[in-house]
Design a protein around this ligand. Structure first.
Ligand SMILES: Nc1nc2c(ncn2[C@@H]2O[C@H](COP(=O)(O)OP(=O)(O)OP(=O)(O)O)[C@@H](O)[C@H]2O)c(=O)[nH]1
Length: 181
């Protein structure tokens, strides 16, 4: 892969819009990989809002909740930039589909590494969106604590491999890891 960029932030921080902007500067040939399952009206409304935001801006959308590794490189090979939105929901989907008891730090690390490795054969730029889920109080619920930790593990893996990491807060991007020139 030419470049890996990780964009993180809180809910409704503006990270998705920023990720679109950055992607559009990278290439005219763009694929949006959505990991969000449309399970209720609230989710559907969010998805509709995002689809409208991309409308007429040259995006092709692939909805894939689990098998990110299977998309690379063949299914996205014509794209100059691939945007994955978002890692947080991918972790959620893994927990839900595999069964919470079957997913621990080791399992999530390996699953995340699988798609990071698959991306290495993709010649374009990959941009991943994630959430900073660990900044608030420690959740009372055990599953919520586990989820928070698994997301943190994936964010670290991707962040270490990334050329650039950007934290978006209040709609403002802050580069926290910069590519060496
Ligand atoms: N299934 C599906 N999901 C989509 C599509 N477009 C966007 N999404 C999902 O929308 C989710 C992000 O939406 P929000 O929850 O509104 O984002 P947010 O965290 O509140 O806001 P920002 O920080 O501003 O991005 C991501 O998980 C995407 O996968 C799509 O076309 N299909």
């Amino acid at each position: 892969m030419a470049e890996l960029i990780l964009i993180t932030g809180g809910a409704r921080s503006g990270k998705s819009s920023y990720a679109l902007e950055v992607s559009e500067k990278k290439s005219h040939s763009r694929i949006f990989i959505a990991t969000c399952p449309s399970i209720d009206q609230e989710m559907s409304d969010r998805v509709t809002r995002h689809r409208e935001e991309r409308q007429g801006r040259g995006w092709q959308t692939i909805e894939e909740e689990i098998e990110l590794a299977a998309l690379f490189p063949e299914k996205v090979q014509d794209a100059g930039v691939v945007l994955i939105d978002c890692v947080t929901l991918w972790v959620n989907n893994i927990l839900y589909n595999y069964g919470e008891e079957k997913v621990d730090d080791f399992v999530i690390k390996n699953l995340c590494l699988k798609w990071l490795l698959a991306m290495e054969n993709f010649p374009g730029t990959v941009i991943c969106v994630t959430n900073e889920v660990g900044l608030g109080v420690v959740p009372e619920n055990r599953l919520a604590r586990k989820y928070r930790d698994l997301v943190g593990t994936c964010n670290q893996l991707i962040g270490r491999k990334a050329d650039e990491v950007v934290l978006v807060s209040c709609g403002v991007p802050l580069k926290i890891k910069k590519k060496r020139s």
